[in-house]
Design a protein around this ligand. Structure first.
Ligand code: ATP
Length: 206
């Protein structure tokens, strides 16, 4: 199975990396691709450039061969619709099961994503617990697709939803940006290599 971990990564932090490592192991993924979003459909494009967000991600995953960066959204123009992304990945991986990983906050907003129901034609969705967010009650659409055993995700290429507990790290990129803007230390929330990059390039300063 191949995993996709989408986000703005503005900047990438241990909340992404630790949960990414855990789901890679739990689901025995061949590969987990971090997929930076260029132009989110429901929020402004980050002030920090696409190239800088990508470089921070590349620094963060440099020593982890099971992690990679997928840059296809950065190379497209227009809003970064996850559906377009999954369609293009599916065309490359034939019938390999594909999992889109999202945190609970993203799950609660999923029905606002472009043609969200069609996502399930191309991938499974696994929802990872995130501190301070509780999943909204499941509608029939989700209940019909929910599986209780992760092994079921291996038996078909797409179409299922599964809920996975992960270590709860109350870290957000918003908090990191604020911390840096207030000239406080962001150490231990994200890799040192990314902190150095932020300092050298004077990102997130007030
Ligand atoms: P921001 O604070 O700018 O909104 P963020 O920290 O939420 O950023 P994103 O890049 O927007 O990070 O998140 C991408 C994905 O990672 C989303 O699916 C989100 O739910 C998930 N995620 C982010 N942080 C965590 C965390 N600490 N634990 C679990 N999932 C997380």
């Amino acid at each position: 199975m191949i995993g996709i971990y989408g986000g703005t990564f503005d900047p990438v932090h241990y909340g992404h990396l630790r949960t990414g490592l855990e789901v890679s192991d739990i689901f025995a993924l061949q590969e987990l691709r971090f997929l930076p979003c260029a132009q989110p459909a429901h929020r402004a494009e980050p002030e920090v450039s696409r190239a800088a967000r990508l470089q921070m991600l590349q620094l963060a995953i440099a020593n982890y061969p099971q992690f990679s960066c997928d840059t296809r959204e950065l190379e497209r123009t227009g809003p970064s619709y996850m559906l377009d992304t999954l369609v293009s990945i599916r065309a490359e991986i034939a019938a390999t099961p594909l999992i889109l990983f999202i945190g609970t906050d993203a799950f609660n907003a999923l029905t606002s994503w472009y043609r969200w129901q069609a996502l399930f034609e191309y991938a499974h969705i696994v929802v990872m617990t995130r501190p301070n967010f509780k999943a909204d009650p499941l509608t029939d659409f989700y209940r019909e697709r929910q599986v209780d055993d992760w092994q079921s995700l291996k038996s078909c290429t797409s179409g299922k939803i599964y809920f996975q507990n992960v270590t709860q790290l109350d870290i957000s990129a918003t908090f990191i940006r604020q911390t840096i803007a207030e000239q406080k230390s962001a150490r231990f929330l994200l890799p040192e290599s990314v902190i150095n990059y932020i300092q050298v390039n004077k990102l997130y300063q007030a």
